[in-house]
Ligand binder design. Structure first.
Ligand SMILES: *Cc1c(COP(=O)(O)O)cnc(C)c1O
Length: 220
């Protein structure tokens, strides 16, 4: 189905309070522009180089979300324009984002990535590490970052009970953190396979790629 129809069938099934991030990684500018023409403005990318080249070529009112694993030495390439970094997984990375944001005279929105899946390979803080970081007061020392929420990816499994438990755990962590820091509001969880469940469990930001743009081809 064309991108426009895919977008509208997702939007029709989610509450207006949920932000849809269209994940355009590996997809050409033409497809991004189809979504843009349909009114979509939030787009997500995983690779720094690809993000930089799309940002240069595409309309300037697009809000670019960096949703991949970000290496500290690459923050400088996206710091002038990135709208929200979803994958903050260490204080070191957050400090680097703060430094590069200061150089660009701006404040960058960031989400702390929490490891909720049982798989080994996913990046992120454990729930307790995340809680300790927020409690430590270290974040308040960084004037050029705005830590405004959490991001998580559920296990890649058919087991819906487990996926729901993982999402629910992240929502509970968010509620605990809000008692320490009320600005923590965004809960980025849910992808093509599990976004309806994620929303039922409290997500207010979903990241959807293949359901909008079709399956990805990594061979190129
Ligand atoms: C690729 C990706 C998505 C989108 O995945 P789909 O299954 O295509 O919707 C969402 N979040 C992250 C972090 C991703 O890397």
């Amino acid at each position: 189905m064309p991108v426009r129809e895919n977008l509208s069938s997702i939007l029709k099934n989610i509450p207006g309070s949920v932000t849809l991030v269209a994940v355009s990684k590996t997809k050409p500018n033409e497809l991004v522009m189809e979504a843009y023409a349909a009114g979509q403005r939030d787009f997500g990318e995983n690779y720094v180089q690809e993000l930089v080249s799309k940002q240069e070529q595409l309309p300037k009112d697009i809000r670019w979300h960096f949703i991949g694993h970000l290496q500290s030495n690459k923050v400088k390439y996206i710091a002038s324009f990135v709208h929200l970094i979803h994958g903050i997984d260490s204080l070191k990375l957050l400090k680097e984002v703060d430094k590069q944001a200061a150089k660009n005279n701006r404040k960058i929105n960031c989400l702390l990535q929490v490891h909720i899946a049982s798989e080994e390979t996913k990046f992120g803080f454990s729930g307790e590490e995340c809680f300790d970081l927020v409690k430590s007061g270290e974040i308040e020392k960084l004037a050029n970052v705005n830590v405004c929420g959490l991001m998580g990816m559920a296990s890649n499994t058919e087991d819906e009970t487990r996926i729901r438990e993982e999402f629910r755990g992240l929502k509970q962590l968010l509620s605990r953190l809000q008692e320490l820091k009320p600005e923590i509001k965004i809960l980025s969880m849910g992808m093509s396979s599990d976004y309806l469940m994620a929303i039922e469990e409290g997500s207010n930001m979903i990241r959807i790629g293949s359901t909008i743009f079709g399956e990805r081809d990594y061979s190129k």
